[in-house]
Design a protein around this ligand. Sequence first.
Ligand SMILES: C[S@@+](CC[C@H](N)C(=O)[O-])C[C@H]1O[C@@H](n2cnc3c(N)ncnc32)[C@H](O)[C@@H]1O
Length: 232
Amino acid sequence: MADEPLAELEQTPVIAAQIFGDRLPLAEQYASVLSEEGVLRGLIGPREVPQLWTRHLLNCAVLSEVIDADASVVDIGSGAGFPGIPLAITRPDLSITLIDPLLRRTTFLEEIVEALALDNVTVVRGRAEEKAVLKMVEPADVVTSRAVAPLERLARWSAPLIRGGGRLVALKGRSAADEIARDWEKVLRMGIRDLSVEQCGTILETPTTLIVGKRIESGRDARAARKAKRRS
Ligand SMILES: C[S@@+](CC[C@H](N)C(=O)[O-])C[C@H]1O[C@@H](n2cnc3c(N)ncnc32)[C@H](O)[C@@H]1O
């Protein structure tokens, strides 16, 4: 079978400079690696290449709008790096842990992190719900995900990785409101409350839709926070 030519990466959209600022060259490098190596290694489909910026890099980078300065972030099921890598590029102040169970994907993620010198990113291979992962990864201020699982399962995997008072931030499509209506009671039992649909990236043609929820602070979390405050 003759090799099919690789689809062409779209030109860097003008708005990308506004979103990535002086880190735009890193975003361009990531887009370029994804459009070649990423396709050859089966990390993204060839049909994604012409819409890499609009459907993937920009939509993920705008998540930055809803994350506080210096926050810790765990990204579950990062795959080829979404949303974790665009977020790490726009926000060097964040410390980001990318979790994925597949070696092929974590190898690629480690290579990208090294190539782009993203020293605010750690890659962990494993399932988010695995004991070994929970032992290794500190509960974070924010747990992100995109296209990983329906809300109930996502909340079950995310909750133990969110610190008390921290947030779940899941990139979702049009199903967001229906997922909340269907799953909120089960999600509440997992310790995540105040679920809402939010939008970020309203400067984009298609803004990013999020499900946001807050991790309930357990009595133990509250006591530990009070103790730490007294000590400081
Ligand atoms: C459809 S892909 C989405 C990848 C990326 N988030 C994106 O939006 O392009 C789902 C990813 O979730 C990962 N995944 C599946 N189950 C998981 C689990 N239990 N814990 C962490 N990651 C998981 C898969 O390996 C895969 O990379």
